[in-house]
Design a binder for this molecule. Structure first.
Ligand SMILES: [Zn+2]
Length: 394
C-alpha cells in the first residue's frame, strides 16, 4: 500500500520515494510508489499533475488499490529512487475549490434546507447540483454572503481518521460509503464531511466564493461558482472584456447595457428601412427591365452577386406586370449560381419541371410554385449559358 502524503500534509509539494512497480495499462505507462504526494482523481476532485524524476506526470488514478502515476514517457527504474514534485498552483486551486464547495453545500443545507447531490470541479468553474427546483436571487445573495462570512471568519479545517461508529457521532449529511476507517473533514460547527480530498488548514485560504448563475438540470438546480484565485481570474477576464467593450462603445460601465440595447434597436430599424427602400428600388429596376423587354416572350437577365431575396423580389415585380412572358433571372457568385424562373399568369406551365431539367447541370436544388421557382447550385457553367439552357426548354 502506498503511503499517501497528501493526507498527512496537503501542503507538501515535493517528496522522495521508492518505486514499487513500473508497468503499462490502456492509459499508458505508470509508476507505483512507496509513498506519494500526488492526489489521484476521486471524490469530485481532479488528480494532481507534476513531475517524477523530471518526467511529466499527466494523470494519477487509483486502480485496484494502488495509486498509478501515468507519465508522459516510461520512467526508468534506475536506482529505484524517485523525486516527485507537484504542480503547486493546480493543487492549491483544487484545495480552494473543494473546501469552498464544502462550505457552500453546508450553507445551502443548514440555512436553506437544500441538500447537494453532486459536485464537479471543472477546469474553469465548479458546479454543484442542489436538490431544489429553483433558487431566488434573494436566497442566492443570502447564501453567498453567509459562505463568504464563513471564509473570512477563518475557521480551522481539520481532518481525522475515525471508525465508522465514531463517525456516526458527528452530524454528517451523507451516509458513509466506506466500511472500516473514515476520513472526516471538519469545519467545527459548520461542516462534518466524509471526504478524501485535499483541504487547506483554514477557511480563510478559500479567499472568496462567487456564484456565477444557475441552470435547471433535470428536476434540480445546477449552481456554478468559483472560489479562491479563480475569483480574481474571472474578475480579470470580465474586466478585460468590459475594457475592450468601452473602446467600442465609449460609455461608462453602468450605461453600457442600455447603450448596446439602443444600438441594436437602431440597427434593426435601419435594416427595416433599408429593406423598404430596396423593395422600392426593385420596383424601379423591374419597370426598367420590362420597358427594355417589350414584345419579348422570354425576359432574361444575369446579375453579379445579388442575393436570392433580390432575385425573388425583382422576379415578383416583373412577373406581375408581364402575364404573357417567361422570366429567367440568374445571379452569378464566386462559386455558385442562383436563379428564379417564372411565367406570367396567361401561361399554363409548371416551372418546377423546367427547373428539374436544368438543376443537374449545376448540381443544384430548388423548387417552388408552378409559376415561380427558385434554386441554386454550383457555378459549373456561366450564368448566360444556364439562361440559354433554360430558354431552350421553354
Ligand atoms: Zn469533499
Amino acid at each position: 500500500m502506498t503511503r499517501r502524503l497528501y493526507y498527512e500534509d496537503p501542503y507538501q509539494m515535493e517528496f522522495e520515494s521508492t518505486i514499487i512497480n513500473i508497468d503499462e495499462d490502456e492509459r499508458g505507462s505508470y509508476a507505483v510508489l512507496e509513498e506519494t504526494a500526488f492526489y489521484p482523481t476521486g471524490g469530485g476532485q481532479p488528480h494532481d499533475t507534476g513531475k517524477l524524476n523530471g518526467i511529466e506526470v499527466i494523470d494519477v488514478e487509483e486502480l485496484d488499490g494502488e495509486v498509478r502515476h501515468y507519465t508522459r514517457e516510461r520512467l526508468s527504474d534506475g536506482d529505484g529512487r524517485v523525486y516527485g514534485s507537484i504542480d503547486q498552483a493546480r493543487r492549491i486551486d483544487h484545495m480552494q475549490q473543494h473546501s469552498g464547495q464544502h462550505i457552500i453545500s453546508a450553507v445551502f443545507h443548514d440555512d436553506f434546507g437544500v441538500p447537494t447531490t453532486s459536485f464537479h470541479l471543472g477546469k474553469d468553474t465548479v458546479t454543484i447540483d442542489l436538490d431544489t427546483e429553483k433558487l431566488s436571487d434573494r436566497l442566492l445573495g443570502q447564501a453567498e454572503d453567509q459562505v463568504n462570512r464563513i471564509i473570512r471568519a477563518n475557521y480551522p479545517v481539520v481532518t481525522k481518521w475515525v471508525s465508522v461508529e465514531e463517525a456516526e457521532q458527528y452530524p454528517l449529511r451523507k451516509t458513509l460509503a466506506v466500511e472500516d476507517e473514515v476520513r472526516l473533514v471538519i469545519i467545527p460547527e459548520i461542516d462534518y464531511n466524509g471526504c478524501g480530498g485535499t483541504h487547506p488548514n483554514a477557511t480563510g485560504e478559500v479567499m472568496a466564493a462567487k456564484f456565477l448563475g444557475w441552470t435547471k438540470n433535470k428536476k434540480q438546480v445546477r449552481l456554478e461558482f468559483v472560489c479562491g484565485y479563480r475569483v480574481l481570474d474571472k474578475l480579470g477576464q470580465k474586466h478585460q472584456i468590459l475594457t475592450e467593450m468601452k473602446q467600442i462603445v465609449p460609455k461608462p460601465e453602468q450605461q453600457l447595457v442600455e447603450e448596446v440595447q439602443e444600438l441594436i434597436k437602431a440597427s434593426k430599424e435601419k435594416d427595416k428601412r433599408i429593406a423598404e427602400l430596396e423593395e422600392q428600388l426593385h420596383k424601379y429596376e423591374a419597370r426598367e427591365i420590362i420597358e427594355d423587354s417589350i414584345e419579348e416572350n422570354v425576359i432574361q437577365r444575369v446579375f453579379l452577386n445579388r442575393p436570392i431575396k433580390t432575385l425573388q423580389s425583382l422576379g415578383k415585380a416583373i412577373s406581375e406586370k408581364t402575364p404573357e412572358a417567361y422570366l429567367i433571372l440568374i445571379s452569378e457568385q464566386e462559386n455558385q449560381l442562383q436563379f428564379v424562373l417564372a411565367c406570367g399568369s396567361d401561361i399554363d406551365r409548371n416551372m418546377n419541371e423546367v427547373a428539374k431539367q436544368v438543376l443537374p447541370i449545376i448540381e443544384g436544388k430548388g423548387g417552388g410554385k408552378p409559376n415561380f421557382v427558385q434554386g441554386g447550385g454550383k457555378r459549373l457553367i456561366e450564368g448566360v449559358d444556364l439562361a440559354d439552357r433554360v430558354k431552350a426548354l421553354l
